[in-house]
Write a protein that binds this ligand. Structure first.
Ligand SMILES: *Cc1c(COP(=O)(O)O)cnc(C)c1O
Length: 338
């Protein structure tokens, strides 16, 4: 039995999802005529209480479109130093938006309102880039699936309003945070100027992300998406997978979290593991004792047909997902006893 915990993007469509994909009515989305895409965009916008949404192939694209729309060349973007937009989008902030980054040293990827306030450049000083955008990530991938305190988010929003900054959310795993907290999607829609969500992570779709925002922001993003070559045609099959996942898979994230906590417990009993980060959602980060480097640990597990990734010299990451069941978990517990 292969146990693959490298990422929650590895899931394959369930039979229900495949059926929905097969039965999708199709049209050309560049002409605005794909019924499934239109339905998905409307549904997600309504879910977040926002005006409009744009279906895109990846979360990198939705984040990059947002940054491109919200900034002018030469502006500066405030984010945490662990942010996906900073670390894992190929320098896209510079390449696509011609903007620079002010990476802050937060707590497992989470910054505070005070840190934001202290990092805003003086708009009257021509030496300094113009601070125009703050981007948060929830949950934080590199922080080990850490969840933002919504009260802190509201304080950050207050700073943004007072200082005239735009607030974007990389919510690739926002639903993982939502199922663990009291907030609803509209609470986020109310606070952020734009939100990116991924359907291809815990929700189990093969492809798909949405950018959500005002009609003006989404109209501009749609123009840039076309320029990037992201205008797609009969994408309704993929949209049908998204519609299906939103109806059936959100509640299942709780199960992923339960299993991740259990993996954390099992790992902490392994003699090579020094410390496991608090497991808040579906990501487990384990720090190894310095007798074994992460690449060697990953290789050792690979021999046992258990797959995880190196996340630093002594850090490894395990991510639970739809295709990881209780049966896999039982088997994993056995294999990790070495
Ligand atoms: C996966 C991910 C994205 C988007 O990744 P794509 O592979 O481009 O869809 C964005 N932000 C975070 C935090 C992610 O984990």
């Amino acid at each position: 039995m292969r146990i693959d915990l490298r990422s929650d993007t590895l899931t394959l469509p369930t039979s229900g999802m495949k059926e929905a994909m097969q039965n999708a009515a199709l049209g050309d989305d560049v002409y605005g005529e794909d019924p499934g895409v239109n339905q998905l965009e409307k549904k997600v916008a309504a879910m977040f209480g926002m005006e409009a949404a744009l279906f895109c192939p990846t979360g990198t694209m939705t984040n990059q479109l947002a940054i491109r729309v919200h900034t002018q060349p030469g502006d500066e973007v405030i984010c945490d130093k662990l942010s996906h937009i900073y670390l894992y989008e190929g320098g896209g902030i510079a390449l696509n938006a011609f903007a620079s980054v002010r990476p802050l040293d937060g707590d497992r990827g989470r910054i505070t309102a005070q840190m934001v306030e202290d990092s805003i450049n003086n708009p009257d000083d021509v030496h300094q880039p113009v601070t125009s955008l703050v981007s948060l990530e929830n949950t934080v991938n590199k922080g080990g699936g850490s969840i933002y305190d919504f009260e802190e988010i509201k304080k950050i929003k207050e700073v943004c309003v007072r200082k005239g900054l735009i607030l974007h959310l990389d919510g690739a795993r926002l639903f993982n945070a939502l199922v663990e907290t009291d907030q609803q999607p509209e609470d986020y829609g109310h606070v952020f100027d734009s939100i990116s969500i991924c359907l291809s992570k815990g929700l189990g779709c093969p492809v798909g992300s949405l950018l959500i925002g005002t009609s003006t922001v989404i109209a501009k993003a749609k123009r840039f998406r076309k320029v990037m070559g992201g205008g797609w045609r009969q994408a309704g099959g993929l949209a049908a997978a998204g519609n299906y996942a939103l109806d059936h898979h959100i509640a299942l994230l709780k199960e992923d979290h339960r299993r991740a906590k259990e993996i954390g417990r099992i790992l902490s009993q392994n003699s090579y593991v020094k410390n496991v980060y608090p497991v808040e959602t579906n990501i487990v980060l384990a720090e190894l004792s310095e007798v074994m480097e992460s690449v060697d640990f990953v290789a050792k597990l690979k021999e046992l047909d258990v797959h995880c990734v190196s996340f630093g010299k002594y850090l490894v990451r395990f991510v639970t997902h739809l295709d990881f069941t209780d049966q896999h978990l039982e088997e994993l517990a056995q294999r990790l006893k070495f």
